[in-house]
Design a protein around this ligand. Structure first.
Ligand code: ADP
Ligand code: MG
Length: 693
């Protein structure tokens, strides 16, 4: 944006108002000038002093005011790092990396030296690191070996308003650690006004408010409810481009599929109608996007061009994109929901809260007066939206968190000091799951198995799968499968080439299911990518994701080797792999609806094994779509119009009585059939020593 033009525009519309000066074009300023132009700069000394004098401090300031990039640097400049590193946690991996890069630049060091980051599977720090950005999950993990966090002098829990599950747990953990270690300093930083709750929780801690530099944002509502928010949002973007003066557009969508699709549409329209849309450039922003692509949104584009950024919630508060003047807000977000009764954790699209709507709106007023186009009615905002979001911890499976808390010595989980306690049902479900995984014993104490599971930076189910794979000798394949599951969206299918892409995808199909299809892709990629640089393109698989999977796999193998595990391959004994998946994901088992005169041959429905079974469907994207095996284990459920499995693998039901502490043992099991005995023998023969699943 041309700074001169921007200034004059702002003056025109605010001739008689006392609005703040529009921000100068940051790109023309030196780094020091940029730092000193941030609203938080005026509070630098007060922040340093407050942290020296108080164990807890709450900082509240608008997104963009400088909390994430500056506070850690101020504390470093104030000498607070002398007794340990300064940590700054982020709920999102992307934010941790982006921000660390930016701060390394401001500090003037190579990333990974004085300023570094650590996220799961990637450690970009060195002995020199004094400012360490990290995900909240990683800090919680570090508590396992360093319960008082002796490595750190200050911990900044950033983006606390997001109430991510690990940040919520860290609230309680740090409060305890601070009691034991009076020198430890904890800073809570939040973008929303509602900081009273934080202050109360931390013994009435001091709250420092950074007044924001905000321009007014005009809000436009829909007159009538909109049926298809996606199309309405894309159309709104196109209209803004045609009708509104310059300024970038930020459009919130719910996930990668929508975002990629929206970018495709914009690209096509720009190509087809060069005159009107040739200067509109679409960018995607979501967590799963490879890092380099995420940085693209920060790049400058030529004058006269306009950026439209399609983003998930990540752009709501945790990443600041300069230059946005228009926000398009369809009013939805993809959220995790958890049902403790069925153990289902699924991602569903739900309406946002008023607090989120206000945050999104604020993104339009950072550089000059902006406009926010809400793709919903004013009455929906006033009457239907919740005031604030329900914290993650109240809608997630807590088995990972509970195992962590147990492992750092929290005995009474039900009475742990949570800021907003999750329901008892959730905690009990987690305790039960951990018991069935044999991570906890009947006294709720962490077992040797539980301790071994802790060694791996993965969810308890995956950890169990890994440990079992060692017993039944298929570690090699299971490590690959875990790596592939941890980087999503391996396959892509461009609209123009859908058919061919599906064909290629089918070429990786494996008769026992999707987990092994992923393994197939990885094997084939490993064999071919060096010889044939076009291999990924030709097969419509995401090359960057495979490199990421390679890194995850390497990391897991290193952990295994450092603990003296041998790495075995199952060879032809594929059923070992199926069994390991089944043992880890024992609660995700489903069987085909029994055939009856009511059941049509093509019925793709399955029933889960709960008392009140859920009906779940096989999706076209599964390689078992046509096979319809009797019994499957699934990795996940996605709920759209119906519930659909994600990644399923065939299992043998005869394994069930032997897994999960016999949870599936039939009550009327006097006549176990022969096959069952065979399987038992098989399982036992596989184990080096006496081993119960
Ligand atoms: P807050 O945490 O209060 O939302 P940040 O510290 O993240 O604020 O950002 C402060 C300012 O630093 C932003 O307004 C932006 O201009 C700049 N900034 C942050 N990250 C980057 C980046 N990766 N590249 C360029 N500028 C950035
Ligand atoms: Mg921030």
């Amino acid at each position: 944006i041309d700074p001169v033009r921007m200034n004059s525009q702002a003056t025109e519309s605010f001739e008689n108002s006392t609005q703040p000066e529009p921000m100068k074009n940051r790109n023309l300023m030196s780094i020091t000038e940029q730092r000193e132009s941030l609203p938080i700069f005026k509070f630098r000394n007060e922040i340093i002093r407050s942290v020296v004098e108080n164990q807890f401090l709450i900082i509240q300031g608008e997104t963009g005011s400088g909390k994430t990039t500056q506070v850690a640097q101020y504390l470093f400049e104030g000498g607070l790092n002398l007794k340990g590193k300064i940590a700054c946690t982020q709920p999102r991996r992307v934010a941790a990396v982006t921000v660390a890069k930016r701060v390394a630049e401001e500090y003037g060091c190579i990333l990974g030296q004085e300023v570094g980051y650590k996220i799961r599977f990637v450690d970009m720090t060195s002995p020199n690191t004094v400012i360490k950005y990290m995900t909240d999950g990683i800090l919680l993990r570090e508590c396992l070996s360093d319960a008082n966090l002796d490595n750190y002098s200050v911990i900044i829990l950033d983006e606390a308003h997001e109430r991510s599950i690990y940040t919520d747990v860290l609230f309680g953990v740090l409060k305890k650690a601070a009691k034991r270690r009076p020198k430890l300093r904890v800073v809570i930083s939040s973008a929303t006004l509602n900081t009273d709750q934080f202050s109360k929780f931390f013994n009435n801690a001091k709250v420092l408010k950074i007044p924001g530099k905000m321009f007014p944002v005009e809000i436009k509502y829909q007159a009538n409810p909109v049926r298809d928010y996606f199309n309405a949002a894309v159309n709104t973007v196109l209209n803004i481009h045609l009708q509104e003066p310059e300024g970038d557009i930020l459009c919130f969508l719910t996930g990668q599929d929508e975002i990629d699709y929206a970018c495709e549409i914009i690209d096509e329209i720009a190509e087809a109608d060069d005159e009107n849309f040739g200067n509109l450039y679409a960018y995607a922003l979501y967590s799963a996007l490879p890092f380099e692509e995420q940085f693209e949104i920060f790049s400058q584009i030529a004058e006269g061009n306009r950026k439209v950024i399609f983003a998930t919630n990540i752009a709501e508060t945790s990443m600041t994109i300069d230059g946005v003047v228009y926000v398009v807000d369809p009013g939805y977000v993809k959220q995790k929901v958890y049902d403790a009764k069925t153990g289902f954790e699924s991602l569903i699209v739900v309406p946002i809260s008023k607090a989120s709507a206000d945050q999104r709106c604020g993104r339009a007023g950072r550089v000059m007066p902006g406009k926010c186009f809400r793709i919903y009615t004013e009455s929906a905002y006033e009457n239907e939206m919740l005031e604030v979001n329900v914290p993650d911890i109240q809608r997630s499976n807590l088995s990972n968190v509970v195992l962590h808390l147990k492992s750092i010595g929290v005995r009474d989980i039900l009475n742990f000091d949570f800021m907003d306690p999750p329901s008892r049902d959730f905690l009990i479900a987690a305790l039960k799951e951990l018991y069935l995984l044999e991570a906890l014993d009947s006294d709720e104490k962490v077992t040797p198995m539980g301790r071994r599971m802790n060694q791996f930076p993965v969810e308890p189910n995956y950890a169990k799968m890994l440990l079992v794979s060692d017993h039944i000798k298929c570690t090699d394949e299971i490590v690959t499968i875990i790596a592939m599951l941890s980087v999503q969206n391996i396959f892509y299918s461009p609209k123009k080439n859908k058919h061919l892409a599906n064909e290629k995808k089918d070429s990786f199909n494996h008769p026992v299911g999707d987990h092994l299809r992923l393994w197939n892709v990885y094997k084939k990629w490993e064999m071919n990518y060096k010889k044939n640089p076009r291999w990924c393109k030709n097969h419509f698989v995401n090359e960057k994701k495979l490199h990421e999977a390679y890194e995850v796999r390497k990391n897991l193998l290193e952990i295994l080797q450092s603990r003296n595990f041998d790495i075995y391959s199952a060879g032809k004994n594929i059923e070992r792999i199926q069994l390991a998946i089944c043992v880890g994901f024992f609660k995700n088992i489903a069987h085909k609806a029994p055939s009856s005169i009511f059941r049509n041959k093509n019925d793709k429905s399955y029933r889960t094994l709960e008392e009140n079974p859920e009906i779940v469907y096989i999706n076209r994207s599964s390689c078992l779509f046509y096979q319809l095996p009797e019994w499957v284990v699934y990795n996940n459920i996605r709920e759209t119009s119906k519930k659909f499995f994600q990644e399923i693998t065939v299992i043998n039901p005869n394994w069930l009585p032997y897994i999960a502490k016999g949870m599936y043992r039939r009550k009327d099991n006097d006549d176990k059939d022969n096959e069952e005995k065979l399987i038992k023998a098989f399982v036992e023969a596989q184990s080096a020593k006496e081993y119960k699943f």
